[in-house]
Design a binder for this molecule. Sequence first.
Ligand SMILES: *[C@@H]1O[C@H](CO)[C@@H](O)[C@H](O)[C@H]1NC(C)=O
Ligand SMILES: *[C@@H]1O[C@H](CO)[C@@H](O)[C@H](O)[C@H]1NC(C)=O
Ligand SMILES: *[C@@H]1O[C@H](CO)[C@@H](O)[C@H](O)[C@H]1NC(C)=O
Ligand SMILES: *[C@@H]1O[C@H](CO)[C@@H](O)[C@H](O)[C@H]1NC(C)=O
Ligand SMILES: *[C@@H]1O[C@H](CO)[C@@H](O)[C@H](O)[C@H]1NC(C)=O
Ligand SMILES: *[C@@H]1O[C@H](CO)[C@@H](O)[C@H](O)[C@H]1NC(C)=O
Ligand SMILES: *[C@@H]1O[C@H](CO)[C@@H](O)[C@H](O)[C@H]1NC(C)=O
Ligand SMILES: *[C@@H]1O[C@H](CO)[C@@H](O)[C@H](O)[C@H]1NC(C)=O
Ligand SMILES: *[C@@H]1O[C@H](CO)[C@@H](O)[C@H](O)[C@H]1NC(C)=O
Length: 747
Amino acid sequence: MYLRKGFCALAALGLSAATASEDLQGIYALAKRRAPAHAHEFSFALFEGEPDAFEISDARSGIHIQCTTVSACARGFYTYLTQYGGVDIWWTGSRLNQLPSRLPKVGKTVKGQAIVPYRYHFNTVTFDYTAAFWDFEQWELELDWLALRGVNLPLAWVGYEYILIETFREAGLSDADISDFLSGPAFQAWNRFGNIQGSWGGLLPMAWVDDQFALQKRLLPRMVELGMTPVMPSFTGFVPRALSALHPNASIVTGSQWSGFPTALTNDSFLEPFDPLFATLQQSFIAKQQAAYGADVSHVYTLDQYNENDPFSGDLDYLRNVSAGTFASLRAADPAAVWLMQGWLFFSDAVFWTDDRVAAYLGGVPGNDSMIVLDLYSEAQPQWNRTASYSGKQWVWCELHDYGGNIGMEGNLDVLTHAPLTALSSPGSSMKGVGLTMEGQEGNEIVYDILLDQAWSSTPLNTSSYVSSWVSRRYPVKPLPKAAQEAWRILSTTVYNNQDPNTQATIKGIYELAPSLTGMTNRTGHHPTAIPYDTDATMVAALKLLLEARAQHPALSAVPEFAYDVVDVARQLLSNRFIGLYDTLIQTYTSTSSTAQSVSAAGQPLLALLTDLDALLSTNEHFLLSSWIADARKWAHGSPSYGAYLEYNARNQVTLWGPDGEINDYASKAWAGLVGTYYKPRWAAFVDYLVETKGTGQAYNATAVSSTMLAIGQEWGNRTWGTGPGERWGVHGDTWETVGHVLRTWA
Ligand SMILES: *[C@@H]1O[C@H](CO)[C@@H](O)[C@H](O)[C@H]1NC(C)=O
Ligand SMILES: *[C@@H]1O[C@H](CO)[C@@H](O)[C@H](O)[C@H]1NC(C)=O
Ligand SMILES: *[C@@H]1O[C@H](CO)[C@@H](O)[C@H](O)[C@H]1NC(C)=O
Ligand SMILES: *[C@@H]1O[C@H](CO)[C@@H](O)[C@H](O)[C@H]1NC(C)=O
Ligand SMILES: *[C@@H]1O[C@H](CO)[C@@H](O)[C@H](O)[C@H]1NC(C)=O
Ligand SMILES: *[C@@H]1O[C@H](CO)[C@@H](O)[C@H](O)[C@H]1NC(C)=O
Ligand SMILES: *[C@@H]1O[C@H](CO)[C@@H](O)[C@H](O)[C@H]1NC(C)=O
Ligand SMILES: *[C@@H]1O[C@H](CO)[C@@H](O)[C@H](O)[C@H]1NC(C)=O
Ligand SMILES: *[C@@H]1O[C@H](CO)[C@@H](O)[C@H](O)[C@H]1NC(C)=O
């Protein structure tokens, strides 16, 4: 039933079943790119039928995959590669070229079909927390990863500012006025959301804007040839302050203050959608975008006005009026426009967004196929069930899971395999998709894989057999030692079976937080630091088993995903062990019988652990601050000042996040370099402070401690990587030696 309904929705988006075989050129190119030795053995063909269905069969000289959509062909190809070929493509790299030399036959025809028309990917902020500095090759891996898993609706924000600037120029704004509004390369998402305006550390260079525009011109055709409908930007209403002077009669209101930023950098001006100027700017924006990329690339537009921003009024007529005006402007510019919005506000600002306000805002938009709402945090805080399935509007069941690109193991496989099906079959459900809306893509790949796979299964996946098959292709050595499977059996039934409602998100290491006497441990909610499992029974056990597997089959050492996982489990072990050391330090300090010497002694293990953690992370290319900085700097066209600007942006995002630590440590990372040159010096300063005040008998002064930490952050943010002690580029040290040391010292 939903498939039929879904089909109509697809047709409306221009996503209807492909008809000509040239539509499959992108899939042939994908096979050549990722499995060159076998590409000629795969044939693909379209057939008429229910959308997003595929059939895999043996052909005389290889494997034949038929599909009703291009996306289904990619998914059919993936099904063969993973289930028969035993290979996969990972965030850590594609291993699809490791197919067996003789392709295994499938025997009886294998059939598959998506259970929902939309498979969505990205959060607006993923474009900064993960992809801010990606070049085409990094994007290419991502897009292949998405296409193969059957994603057909990816967000496509890259290059937005180019079109926006042209639109503002046409409206009569000067380049200085526009510059005053735009935010830096690592912070564009929040400018796009209307949370912040302007820059710190220097104005956004036009070279950045032009380069991103050029990148988008390569990404969009690639998305389309892989069977995806990109979700395009649109004009949101957020405008430079100077627009008020230019149009004194326009209805421009000042938005709210975001996350403690100074007024100059937030309180964005918002042109009200019922003002005729709004429709004019929308028309201008969409016309320019279509001229740049083609009018048929997509008719789906991302448009968020109130993400962590309060509406000017809570009056129901006002809210209805705003969404009506917004949607009318989209349809005037593109008669087939569909409005996609992130539903985060309905959870994060549930106090404002009462049921009737949600209904009024959604109700301003006529029809149900006209909108797609991302139920952004479905795995923990679903809103579809309090909003009458978003009043009948289409919506997508999304997994959020990660905030700020934080690195920490957590997951709930049970909910990911059951809850989407429950939502889909609930009475009156208007759910039309499944998607990933993680703020950053950092580790925990299993929880993202399983959800995109669940989108192709009408019954809940069996998590134990799923994990076993996933591990077999992640570590493709024959025979795979049982110890490796056992390590993952433990992780998947504990860490990845987290039922604690208070810790449903990536768990942050407290060593990444600015040190303080209180408020560090046992945090729950948005950035949990509470560890909802027993570290000995999970991390220590899994690490020992993985190393045992390697001892039995040394070829595992050469599998990049195996090395990644070993480092990741060891990282989590150290991260959790730090909590106990911290508790001891604080107990020692607050005890009346302690001395400066005993406080100093209690502080040393924390610093020793951070030294070991930095050394551990240094051994793997995926845990390096230097990669983040190098990725940023490579856009500098050889200009030292532009390079320094990009590096400041990169450093500031993962530390102070704002000129003065406005959302300090929100986007912290378990990265070599960050641990060694930033977190460790902060903890050393903290220990020194505790020792000193213990010695003098002075009272602990929280204000003094936090201003010390801020000063360290500001000085650190201005540095140039590679010029100071311990600032090395690339990988250093031997993984296995380092992990052995971690296990001996900290298990
Ligand atoms: C703005 O409104 C005032 C009063 O209604 C009118 O006199 C004026 O001409 C308008 N200005 C512009 C630029 O439209
Ligand atoms: C900024 O927004 C806050 C509400 O979030 C408001 O109290 C404040 O007055 C605004 N500032 C300006 C300059 O509009
Ligand atoms: C929205 O409000 C404006 C200004 O009050 C009004 O002119 C317009 O007709 C309203 N539009 C709708 C669709 O209610
Ligand atoms: C929606 O579902 C979630 C998760 O099952 C539950 O915690 C919440 O109470 C439900 N909300 C409503 C209004 O039923
Ligand atoms: C949209 O969905 C709601 C809830 O199912 C329904 O009452 C309404 O009639 C639908 N609107 C249209 C235009 O189909
Ligand atoms: C899941 O698969 C395992 C075999 O891997 C089997 O033992 C178990 O019974 C299955 N569970 C369910 C609920 O079907
Ligand atoms: C944190 O929670 C754990 C487990 O509930 C408890 O043992 C510990 O004392 C708590 N720590 C603090 C600082 O409250
Ligand atoms: C705490 O430190 C701050 C900042 O250094 C200082 O202004 C304040 O006076 C100190 N408070 C006390 C009670 O010493
Ligand atoms: C960092 O650099 C900025 C811009 O060059 C400068 O204004 C600021 O004072 C520097 N801060 C520190 C702590 O060095």
